[in-house]
Design a protein around this ligand. Structure first.
Ligand SMILES: Cc1cc2nc3c(=O)[nH]c(=O)nc-3n(C[C@H](O)[C@H](O)[C@H](O)COP(=O)(O)OP(=O)(O)OC[C@H]3O[C@@H](n4cnc5c(N)ncnc54)[C@H](O)[C@@H]3O)c2cc1C
Length: 305
């Protein structure tokens, strides 16, 4: 293995990773940030009203401000996907899908979460051709369209609201159980003339040719299958951690990286922060706090080593 030996590699540049990076750089650590993108999930948020210092700000704008702060510290950022992390001869090797191995004396994992998939026929084929996982990003593309939303939690209802705001013609909201969204959100859509609810129902297949043309929905109560003509479907059934590549670390049943109160993982020298971890509060401000904490603990580890 060749190339520069960094003090620290941070995997992920969402709120946790960017905050960790600013702290590490200000402590003079030679830091590499390896991330699939800049901003993470916060980029999918229309409006953030609970990040201190801003009465309201869009998610992408908040992340732009984070990025400015990162640039001020002259961060080295490589845009790539980490596919492996292992300890090798006293250092850590993080392998990027296209950039190969990067080495460091310590690592902070801040790879966050990603949307869960339905796992039905047609989902992969029509990804980007009508199947979307981000209503904030894609609802404007469905003006005057008939669209399905899978998921009866807050994200599903938020997707319906995004579609209504963008004047979709008709929306089918498909939920495997009763709606579980907060009442204050659910009330906004339950009796809306453009919204039709399918509770206790599952999306079983996505159909089309070049683009989506329909989805099959099966009632869990009667077993009956209905084919609904739609131009798109938003899959909003929750999130799962980006932790598949972290075989070296202990994870919980949800696949989250288990950390202690000092952000230490099961592998000494590897720290973790934010939504990828077992810390239950999944919020921007919490991810930032955890990122700062992981950075300080990594710095202590490196200086004591
Ligand atoms: C629709 C929506 C609305 C939300 N609204 C709010 C809100 O109003 N207020 C609030 O406080 N919170 C909100 N949240 C939650 C908040 O966005 C998250 O808690 C926060 O973004 C977590 O930050 P993170 O840095 O831990 O992870 P993420 O934001 O998920 O960032 C992870 C980063 O890691 C990168 N990455 C992933 N896998 C790899 C890999 N293998 N290799 C390299 N890089 C990788 C990603 O590209 C990304 O840059 C919302 C979330 C969603 C989905």
């Amino acid at each position: 293995m060749t190339g520069e030996l960094y003090d620290l590699i941070i995997i992920g540049a969402g709120p946790a990773g960017m905050t960790a990076a600013v702290y590490c750089l200000r402590k003079g650590l030679r830091t590499l940030i390896l991330s699939k993108d800049i901003g993470g999930q916060a980029n999918w948020t229309t409006l953030v009203e609970n990040y201190m210092g801003f009465l309201e700000i869009s998610g992408p704008e908040l992340m732009q401000r984070f990025e400015e702060q990162l640039k001020k510290e002259k961060a080295t950022v490589v845009i790539d996907e980490a596919v492996n992390l292992e300890a090798q001869a006293g250092v850590f090797a993080v392998t990027g899908k296209t950039t190969g191995a990067h080495r460091a004396r310590a690592v902070i994992v801040a790879s966050g979460k990603r949307p869960k998939k339905l796992g039905v026929k047609g989902e992969e084929e029509f990804k980007g051709k009508g199947v979307s996982y981000c209503s904030t990003c894609d609802a404007p593309l469905f003006r005057e369209a008939v669209v399905a939303v899978a998921g009866g939690g807050n994200s599903g209802v938020q997707a319906v609201l995004d579609l209504l705001a963008n004047e979709a013609r008709q929306i089918y909201l498909i939920s495997d159980e009763e709606l579980t969204a907060d009442q204050v959100l659910a009330e906004k859509i339950i009796d809306h003339p453009k919204v039709r609810l399918y509770q206790h129902s599952l999306v079983t297949e996505i159909h089309g040719e070049q683009m989506i043309a329909a989805v099959s929905v099966q009632s869990r109560k009667t077993g009956l299958v209905e084919r609904l003509p739609v131009e798109g479907i938003f899959v909003e059934i929750g999130l799962e951690p980006n932790s598949d590549f972290l075989q070296a670390l202990r994870k919980n049943d949800l696949g989250e990286v288990v950390i202690d109160c000092e952000c230490r993982t099961s592998l000494p020298g590897v720290f973790a922060a934010g939504d990828v971890t077992n810390i239950p509060e999944k919020q921007i401000i919490v991810a930032c706090g955890e990122g700062a904490k992981a950075a300080i603990k990594a710095w202590t580890y490196l200086t004591q080593k």
